[in-house]
Write a protein of this length. Structure first.
Length: 512
């Protein structure tokens, strides 16, 4: 058997992942995710695109300062201003800081987007890499839309940027177009035709438009790629990126035919996936590989029987290997602060004393109303109480009258920019009345794009969980709220979305 080769895991959840509609995160949220990614032991964390906005710059800088062992990458286009800005944010990570510069190389991008010739693209790429190398040897170059680039030209670009000092060269499938055999051949071609290829690491970055991002990444690894760019839960631009948990677990599970390993501590995968869902409000589909709610559930009687006899009859990996513990029923009314804190730690939450106190108070209130508290309830508490952005708007109290009799009326009191405000609105239903009251108090012009209500766990005493998607000025955000009263949960979700929108628009200097 071949010796086991290490594959570098480059996580871009905070950059490409954040480009998912509704996935924008504020700095505190990014810091939380970055801390969890370090726990997961990814090799590289792409923390953002520093020139994109002040918020992005600050986030990259803070992640660079707060992390300890993962390398921190910042994306930049191939021009001096972008590169200088990226390094200004990344330098706080010292040697761990990686400048990741890119330019498109496909005919279609060169002709319509860049309006540049091949030589101009090469000159720009080389100049960018040289400028970046002036700051740090840790430089990555990406040939955007590499998959649709003519191979001889791609090989020239790769050779020139390596000669200019790039230590990692990324070959992205920007539009999610390739299939495994084709991608294998592209990487193989570069390995065979780029004279200095051994002086750099070849990286792959796949989008999932055809559902092939993970398969393509694995094919590229088999062809000699040594770094995989991926995101937690596969979030990212359009159909998303290669899912970290899927590619890592495929490598771990099929060691018999894939002689590769990663440094990822797979036992933290589940907690990381949940944390990301909690922070962004983007839930994982139940049948999602590795981290979906049904990924380890055996429904058919014949399967259940088999698993009871011998797990490996239907289980190719253990739930424990991704950190999914069996004791989902966790706490109740009599559970103490210690047990509560311990369970949160097991779930991947690293709360300070103040946040833990706040969460514990909320837990006790819930435990008075609900007999059994599950992990999902704890996620909701953390999302609702702790993972909060700066709040321009706060719900103070509310009361709703509804039924088959009188017109539904919501009376809502809120704090808006530090001032208490109150109003009552009659409308078609209790949620409609509540949302209209909140709109009136905040003066928001945002459009409601989507609204979902669900129960977090089973039982009539379950907490309600709501998600609200708002759009304003081309920006989309997701808000979440949880409460044992479903209308209060809806109000919280709506207000959370408004706060996120305010924060996003402030970062990009818009206004509500
Ligand atoms: O998809 C892509 O091409 C990218 C690059 C900028 C790396 O995200
Ligand atoms: Zn991408």
């Amino acid at each position: 058997m071949d010796s086991i080769k290490n594959i570098i895991i480059f996580d871009t959840t905070l950059r490409d992942g954040e480009q998912s509609p509704g996935a924008s995160m504020n700095i505190e949220e990014k810091l939380r995710i970055a801390a969890q990614l370090e726990k997961l032991n990814v090799d590289v964390i792409e923390a953002g695109f520093p020139i994109a906005s002040e918020g992005d710059f600050e986030a990259v800088k803070r992640v660079a300062k707060a992390t300890r062992h993962s390398q921190i990458s910042g994306l930049c286009r191939s021009n001096d201003k972008d590169i200088d800005c990226a390094w200004k944010a990344l330098k706080h990570a010292g040697e761990r800081g990686r400048i990741h510069t890119f330019i498109a190389t496909s005919d279609i991008h060169m002709q319509y987007k860049l309006k540049m010739s091949e030589q101009q693209v090469i000159d720009t790429a080389v100049a960018a890499v040289r400028r970046a190398v002036g700051y740090t040897p840790n430089v990555e170059f990406s040939a955007e839309d590499a998959v649709r680039t003519r191979l001889p030209f791609l090989a020239r670009v790769v050779e020139e940027v390596i000669a200019a000092g790039a230590k990692v060269v990324n070959i992205p499938d920007t539009v999610g177009y390739t299939i495994p055999s084709e991608y294998f051949n592209i990487i193989k071609y570069l390995k065979d035709h780029v004279a200095n290829v051994e002086q750099a690491i070849l990286s792959v970055h796949c989008h999932n438009d055809l559902g092939l991002a993970v398969a393509n990444s694995l094919a590229a690894i088999q062809a000699g790629a040594e770094q995989v760019e991926c995101t937690i839960n596969g979030i990212g631009e359009r159909a998303g990126n290669c899912s970290l948990e899927e590619v890592v677990m495929a490598l771990r599970t099929r060691q018999d035919i894939l002689p590769y390993q990663t440094n990822v501590v797979t036992e933290h995968i589940y907690a990381t996936s949940r944390l990301l869902s909690t922070v962004t409000g983007i839930v994982v589909q139940p049948n999602k590989a590795i981290v979906g709610a049904n990924a380890f559930a055996h429904e058919a009687g014949i399967h259940q029987h088999g698993v009871l006899m011998e797990k490996t009859t239907y289980e190719i990996m253990t739930p424990e290997s991704i950190g999914l513990t069996q004791n989902r029923l966790v706490l109740g009314k009599h559970s103490g602060r210690h047990a509560f804190g311990q369970r949160l730690t097991e779930l991947g939450y690293d709360l300070g004393k103040e946040d833990l106190d706040k969460a514990f108070v909320r837990f006790k209130t819930l435990a008075d109303k609900k007999k059994d508290i599950y992990d999902e309830d704890l996620d909701a508490i953390v999302a609702d109480e702790i993972v909060r952005i700066e709040e321009r708007y706060r719900l103070l109290e509310m009361n709703v009258a509804s039924g088959s009799f009188a017109a539904p009326t919501a009376t809502v009191a809120m704090e808006v920019d530090g001032k208490r405000k109150k109003t009552a609105v009659m409308a078609n239903g209790p949620v409609d009345a509540t949302f209209k009251a909140i709109k009136k108090l905040t003066g928001s012009q945002a459009t409601l794009k989507d609204f979902t209500i669900g129960a977090i766990t089973g039982g009539t005493d379950a907490q309600g969980e709501c998600t609200v998607r708002l759009q304003h000025d081309g920006r989309e955000v997701l808000g979440q709220g949880a409460h044992s009263d479903i209308i209060v949960a809806s109000a919280k979700a709506y207000i959370n979305a408004l706060n996120k929108l305010a924060s996003v628009l402030q970062r990009t200097s818009g206004g509500l």
